[in-house]
Design a protein around this ligand. Structure first.
Ligand code: ADP
Ligand code: MG
Length: 725
C-alpha cells in the first residue's frame, strides 16, 4: 500500500468548504427541539402544567396521573416533530451518556399499529445495563438498575428520538451515575446557602448553583486523523516533532476563523440552539486549530446536561465538514492543551448573584460571607477538588506551562486581598477614597470595579461575580467538579452558620457575629490564597511550605476520593455514601489503567511496526548510496565525502536500538503491572513504571522524524495536522 499519509494529504487538499446556511433568525428556531415550560404550557391541561411546574421548581414528586398526562403530551409533541423513538438519557459512570431507544409504535391485533407512551415509561425504565461499570455495586448476575425521570432538565429530540434526562440507580438504592449525586449536591448547597442568606434577607427561599462552561477543543481534517492510529485510538498524538512554526507568534488566538471551521461552528451552533443550548461565544484559541465555545450560564444541572450534549453534537457535526473534533486534554505535545473552565456562582430565588456585592451594607456583608466561605472550602478540600478533575489526559495538561498547576489555590485580586488582610488584622476596612471613616463593612463595589487584573495562571480564580475553576479537563463531564465544589461549599456554609448561630445564642448582634466568624474564616483559609504566577517554580516551593497538596498524578489524586475527610464530607452531606465512593474510586482507577494500557500498546505498535521498518528502509537507501560512492570514488575522496552519510546511518541505528530497547522494557513493565491483583497498586505501577517509557520512546522517534526522508515518513506530521486551510 502507498504511504497513507500522502493519500490523506491529497484528500485534505481537495476539500471544499461544506457550506452551512440558514436564512431563519435564531430566535425563530431557538429551543424548538426541547420540551420546555412553554411547550408544556401549550400541550398540558392547565392543572397538570401547574403541578409539573411546581415539581420542577421545588423538586416534589409527580403523581401518576400527572405523569400520564405529561407522557401523552410529550408523545404528541415529539411525534409532531418527527420523533419515532424515545429513550431515557442518562450519565453512567463511564463519564459519557447512554441511551437505549424504544419505538413509540405498538402493533395492534388487526395488523395495524398505534403510537403509545405512558407515564410509567416516562417515569421509570429498567435498561438491561449489566455492562456499565458499577464498581462492584451491582453484580452482573442481578443486573438490576433503573433510570428515573429528572423533570428539572427538559426532554429534547435528537436523531428523531425523544430523549428524557434521567438518573440511574441500582435497585439497592446506590447511584450508578453522575446525575444522582450532582442533584443531591445541588440540593444540599441550596439548603446551606439559603440558611446563610437568611441572616441577611429572610425572604430568600432557595439558592441554585449556576454553571457556565468554556469548552476548548481541536479540529483536524478527518483523512489525516484516520492516518494517525494514535489519534484514533487514544485521542492524542503519542509522537510528532514540533512544527517549525506553531503557536509562538500568537497569531491564532482570537484570529479570523477559517471558512471551513466557521461552517462547522455555524452548523453545530444551529443544532445547539434548536436544542435550547444557549451557546454564545466562539473564538480561535492559542494553539493552531484550537477553538473555544461558551454558552450563557444556566442552572448547574441543566448546564451539565447541555455540555454533555454539545460534546456529542460537535463530534457528530464535525463529520459533515470532514473534520474530527479532539476533546482530549493534550492532543499535541508542547502546544497548549484544552481545558473546560467551570464558571460557577450561586443565585437566590430573587435572582441575586451571591458573588455580587450589592448596594446595602447587608448585601456587602453577604458578599463577603460567600467569598470567604468559598475560599475556606477550597482551602480545606483542595486535594479533593484535584481528585475530582483527575484523568490520564488531564495529567498531561496540569502543570504544563499553559495550564493551571496541580496545586489548587485561589486568586481573588489585589484589592480583595488587601481588604481581607485588613479585616483579618481586625481593622475595620476603610476604603481609601471614601469619606466615611468608620464604616465597619467594606464598600465593595468600588473595590470590584478597580479589580480588573485577572490572573490567568490560577486554577481557581474570582472573576468579578463568579469563580472560575480552570483545572477541569476538556473531555470530562462537568458533573464531577460540580459535585465536589457544591458539596464542599455546602459543608463549609453549614459550619459557618453553626458558628454564627452559637454567637447569636450568646446574644451577639447579628452583623457583629457574622463579621467575627468571617474574620476567623479569613485566617483559617489564608494559605490557599495566591496572587502570583501559579506556573512558576517558586510557587511549587511556596505551596509546599504552606502545606498545600501538590498531586501530580491521577492515581494519587484519586486516593483523595476515599480519604477519611472525603468520606465524612460526602456521607454527612448525604451526597454519596462510602460504598458509592468506593465504587467510583474503583471505576476511575480501572479507567486510568486501561487508558495507559491502550497508550502503551499503541506506542509499541507504532514504534515497532510503523516507524522502525521505515527507518530501516531509509537506512538501507543510505547504505546503498554509500556503497555506490565507494565504488566510484577513490578511497581518500570517499572517506571525506561519506562522513556525514555514515554518521546519519549510525544515528538512525542508535535511535532504532534505543526504541527497541525501550519498547521491550516498557512491555516488561506492563507485564509486571498486569499481574498485580490490587488495582490501586497496578495504577501506580502504570504511572511510575510504564509512563516514563512513553517520553523516552517518543524522544527517539521524534529525532528519527528529523532524519528520515519526508517521502517515507508514515504519520501525518504536526505541521500537516495543525493548519487547516
Ligand atoms: P473568559 O474567557 O474571559 O473567562 P468568557 O466570556 O469566555 O470569559 O466566559 C465566561 C463564562 O462565564 C461564560 O460561560 C458565562 O456564561 C459564565 N458566567 C458568567 N456569569 C456567570 C455566573 N453568574 N455563574 C456562572 N457562570 C457565569
Ligand atoms: Mg475563562
Amino acid at each position: 500500500m502507498d504511504n497513507l499519509r500522502f493519500k490523506a494529504l491529497e484528500i485534505e487538499l481537495s476539500r471544499k468548504p461544506n457550506n452551512f446556511k440558514t436564512a431563519e433568525k435564531v430566535s425563530g428556531y431557538y429551543g424548538e427541539l426541547t420540551f420546555s415550560k412553554t411547550v408544556m404550557r401549550e400541550y398540558l391541561p392547565h392543572e397538570a402544567y401547574k403541578l409539573v411546574n411546581h415539581a420542577i421548581d421545588q423538586g416534589d414528586q409527580i403523581d401518576r396521573k400527572t405523569a400520564d398526562q405529561v407522557a401523552s403530551s410529550m408523545k404528541a409533541w415529539a411525534i409532531e416533530k418527527g420523533a419515532t423513538h424515545y429513550t431515557h438519557w442518562f450519565h453512567p459512570l463511564t463519564g459519557s451518556t447512554a441511551e437505549k431507544h424504544d419505538a413509540f409504535v405498538d402493533p395492534l391485533d388487526d395488523g395495524k399499529a398505534i403510537e403509545s407512551f405512558h407515564g410509567n415509561q416516562l417515569v421509570q425504565q429498567e435498561p438491561d445495563a449489566s455492562s456499565f461499570p458499577s464498581g462492584g455495586l451491582r453484580n452482573t448476575f442481578e443486573a438490576r438498575g433503573y433510570t428515573a425521570w429528572d423533570p428539572s432538565s427538559p426532554a429534547f429530540i435528537l436523531d428523531a428520538t425523544l430523549c428524557i434526562p434521567t438518573i440511574f440507580i441500582a435497585y439497592t438504592g446506590e447511584a450508578l451515575d453522575y446525575k444522582t449525586p450532582l442533584m443531591k449536591a445541588l440540593s444540599t448547597v441550596d439548603s446551606a446557602a439559603t440558611r446563610v442568606c437568611n441572616y441577611f434577607d429572610e425572604d430568600v427561599k432557595s439558592v441554585s448553583a449556576t454553571l457556565g462552561w468554556e469548552q476548548e477543543y481541536f479540529l483536524v481534517d478527518n483523512a489525516l486523523f484516520r492516518a494517525r492510529p494514535d489519534l484514533v485510538l487514544t485521542g492524542r498524538t503519542v509522537f510528532g516533532h514540533a512544527s517549525a512554526k506553531d503557536q509562538q507568534l500568537s497569531d491564532h488566538y482570537f484570529g479570523r476563523i477559517n471558512e471551513r471551521v466557521m461552517n462547522f461552528m455555524q452548523e453545530f451552533e444551529y443544532e445547539s440552539h434548536r436544542l435550547g443550548i444557549p451557546v454564545k461565544t466562539r473564538h480561535n484559541e492559542v494553539a493552531p486549530n484550537q477553538f473555544e465555545c461558551a454558552p450563557v450560564y444556566e442552572e448547574a444541572n441543566i448546564s451539565v446536561d447541555h455540555n454533555q450534549l454539545i460534546m456529542h453534537l460537535m463530534v457528530r457535526i464535525a463529520k459533515h465538514h470532514n473534520l474530527t473534533v479532539l476533546l482530549h486534554e493534550k492532543p499535541f505535545s508542547k502546544l497548549n492543551g484544552s481545558g473546560k473552565h467551570n464558571n460557577w456562582s450561586l443565585k437566590t430565588n430573587k435572582e441575586q448573584n451571591l458573588f455580587s456585592p450589592g448596594k446595602t451594607k447587608e448585601d456587602n456583608l453577604r458578599f463577603l460571607t460567600f467569598l470567604v466561605n468559598t475560599i475556606k472550602a477550597v482551602h480545606d478540600y483542595g486535594g479533593l477538588l484535584r481528585g475530582h478533575i483527575a484523568s490520564a489526559g488531564n495529567d498531561l495538561r496540569l502543570g504544563a506551562n499553559e495550564a493551571p498547576p496541580a496545586i489548587i489555590s485561589v486568586f481573588i485580586g489585589q484589592k480583595l486581598t488587601a481588604m481581607l488582610d485588613e479585616l483579618e488584622k481586625g481593622n475595620n476596612w476603610i476604603d481609601p477614597g471614601s469619606d466615611e471613616q468608620n464604616i465597619n463593612i467594606p464598600k465593595i463595589p468600588e473595590i470590584l470595579t478597580d479589580n480588573t487584573d485577572r490572573n490567568r495562571t490560577s486554577p481557581f480564580a474570582f472573576t468579578g461575580n463568579k469563580f472560575e475553576f480552570r483545572a477541569v479537563g476538556s473531555s470530562e463531564s462537568c458533573s464531577k467538579p460540580m459535585i465536589a465544589l457544591n458539596t464542599i461549599m455546602a459543608k463549609q456554609l453549614n459550619e459557618f452558620a453553626d458558628k454564627v448561630d452559637k454567637k447569636l445564642d450568646e446574644g451577639t448582634d447579628k452583623n457583629q457575629a457574622v463579621m467575627e466568624v468571617v474574620k476567623e474564616t479569613i485566617t483559617e483559609s489564608k494559605a490557599v490564597r495566591f496572587e502570583g504566577n501559579s506556573y512558576s517554580e517558586e510557587w511549587v516551593r511556596e505551596a509546599e511550605k504552606r502545606g498545600l497538596p501538590n498531586i501530580p498524578s491521577t492515581p494519587a489524586a484519586l486516593k483523595t476520593i476515599l480519604s477519611k475527610e472525603a468520606v465524612d464530607l460526602f456521607e454527612k452531606t448525604g451526597v454519596l455514601n462510602k460504598k458509592e465512593l468506593e465504587a467510583r474510586f474503583a471505576i476511575k482507577i480501572e479507567k486510568y489503567i486501561k487508558k495507559i494500557q491502550i497508550e502503551g500498546r499503541v506506542i509499541g505498535d507504532l514504534a515497532i511496526n510503523h516507524i522502525i521498518p521505515i527507518a530501516v528502509r531509509y537506512q538501507n537507501t543510505l547504505l546503498e548510496n554509500v556503497k555506490g560512492l565507494q565504488e566510484v570514488l577513490d578511497q581518500k575522496t570517499f572517506t571525506g565525502l561519506s562522513k556525514n552519510q555514515v554518521q546519519t546511518i549510525k544515528d538512525i541505528s542508535g535511535h532504532i536500538q534505543e526504541i527497541k530497547d525501550n519498547v521491550t522494557a516498557m512491555t516488561e513493565e506492563r507485564k509486571i503491572a498486569n499481574k498485580m491483583e490490587d488495582h490501586e497498586k497496578m495504577a501506580f505501577a502504570y504511572n511510575e513504571k510504564v509512563i516514563p517509557y512513553f517520553s523516552s520512546i517518543r524522544y527517539h522517534i521524534d529525532k528519527l522524524e528529523l532524519l528520515i526522508d519526508d517521502e517515507l515518513w508514515p504519520l501525518p506530521k504536526y505541521r500537516e495536522l495543525l493548519f487547516l486551510k
